[in-house]
Design a protein around this ligand. Sequence first.
Ligand code: ZN
Length: 78
Amino acid sequence: MQQFESLTASSLYCDKCRQAMPVRERLLLILPDKEIFDYLCTGCGASVGQREVTSGEKMMSKTAARRRHHRPVHSLLP
Ligand SMILES: [Zn+2]
């Protein structure tokens, strides 16, 4: 758990602390197609940001590969 936190931890500007503060990531909401994380200031505990992580990132890459196989996207290729 600590390794996960160190990997995802970052600093965001906190309005209450009026400076960039290290934040703690907390899983806020789980939806069928995505998860929403809340970033909490470690100084005052206020929410300073949110992040949406779509569980379909791998699926999207699969879809893109399938689409590329089905119809070449020459505009995206050199
Ligand atoms: Zn703060």
